[in-house]
Write a protein that binds this ligand. Structure first.
Ligand SMILES: [Mn+2]
Length: 351
């Protein structure tokens, strides 16, 4: 059989933004469920962080998630197996109080939640499911990982040395040593899709922050016979970058901006010779109902002729470059380490 893998759906993200929730749910309605139906997929595995907010639920969010996501599984006859992620838990040191159990357990015979490490059989394939690891269950999970007889593990792992956002590796998490004995490890938690050795971070199904600008988003299909993993891309984007150059006739002639509707747009100025043209361009974007436009006028702000900040770079790299170029900072490595720790801490708080 073929099973579909999803993770980090983060319903309620960005302060229960209805625009983002709609964007998330449209992925399921327009792409995911139709794919499952067309391909006779009756089993979905969710690798944690179903909901975004740890402590509260917004009832408007919950209603939409129930009607447009949760109840669809029963309607289409698809089983949803879900492990608890760190965003699903109320406390940081235990999985016992979690939103998935409180909101959805026993609401459908198609829904299965895993608060503890469990071996689950999907046809001929056994998958070891490991929920968020915390102080309370760490020993139990380590024992499970050392003894589990399944070839594949599905989890929500915070591993040291893997990409948390493009270009930034997380430090201070769990080592991947106990995972090396498996054929493959499929994990949620970090939102960037990345693979190293046998560990595959699957990444979110859609863009949630600007860090997702250049990452591949989508979902995966696991064949339980061949154990092959297939990636199905979601090309619907929420974040865009436009390079502005008013000497470029193509840009000036452009009239169709519908792809930016209800999206976030960064406009990077490469060349701005006439302010009126620029103002008209920004007006045009807003007329096409973009959510927000941020303008990066690197030429003016920094008064540099050639050097333009590459927005494809992540924030941390930009800060590091700045530290490198500042001759007054002597101990550059310590400063970079402090900045990185603060930055990752900030990310974890938000995400
Ligand atoms: Mn997450």
């Amino acid at each position: 059989m073929r099973i579909a893998l999803i993770n980090d759906t983060h319903f309620g993200a960005r302060n229960d933004s209805s625009i983002f929730l709609n964007y998330f749910l449209e992925f399921f309605e327009d792409q995911f469920f139709p794919y499952c139906i067309d391909n006779n997929i009756d089993t979905v595995l969710h690798l944690g962080d179903l909901m975004d907010r740890r402590k509260y639920v917004n009832f408007n969010t919950l209603r939409k998630v129930r009607q447009r996501f949760f109840e669809k599984f029963e309607e289409y006859g698809i089983h949803l197996h879900c492990i608890v992620g760190n965003h699903d838990t109320y406390y940081k040191n235990t999985n016992q109080v979690n939103s998935i159990t409180e909101l959805f357990q026993f609401k459908s015979k198609y829904f299965h939640v895993y608060e503890k490490p469990t071996e689950v059989r999907f046809d001929s394939l056994c998958i070891g499911l490991v929920p968020w690891i915390n102080d309370e269950n760490r020993e139990e999970c380590e024992q499970f990982l050392n003894n589990c007889s399944c070839p594949i593990i599905g989890g929500h792992f915070e591993l040291t040395g893997y990409e948390i956002i493009p270009g930034v590796q997380f430090q201070g998490g769990m080592s991947d040593n106990s995972l090396k004995r498996y054929e493959s490890v499929l994990s949620g938690h970090y939102h960037t899709k990345s693979s190293r050795n046998n560990v595959h971070y699957l990444g979110t199904q859609y863009q949630i922050t600007f860090h997702d600008l250049n990452s591949n988003k989508g979902f995966h299909i696991l064949d339980t016979e061949t154990r092959e993993l297939e990636f199905i891309e979601n090309e619907n984007k929420k974040f865009h970058i436009i390079y502005y150059d008013d000497t470029d006739p193509e840009l000036l002639a452009r009239t169709d901006f519908n792809e930016y509707k209800e999206c976030y747009v960064k406009v990077m100025i490469r060349n701005k010779t006439r302010s009126k043209l620029f103002d008209a361009f920004i007006d045009t974007l807003y007329k096409h109902k973009v959510i927000d436009v941020s303008v990066i006028d690197s030429v003016q702000e920094f008064n540099l002729e050639e050097e333009v900040i590459d927005m494809a770079k992540d924030t941390l790299t930009i800060i590091n470059d700045d530290i490198d170029s500042d001759s007054e900072i002597l101990d550059k490595d310590s400063i970079k380490m402090i900045v990185r720790e603060l930055y990752i801490e900030g990310l974890c708080e938000r995400e």
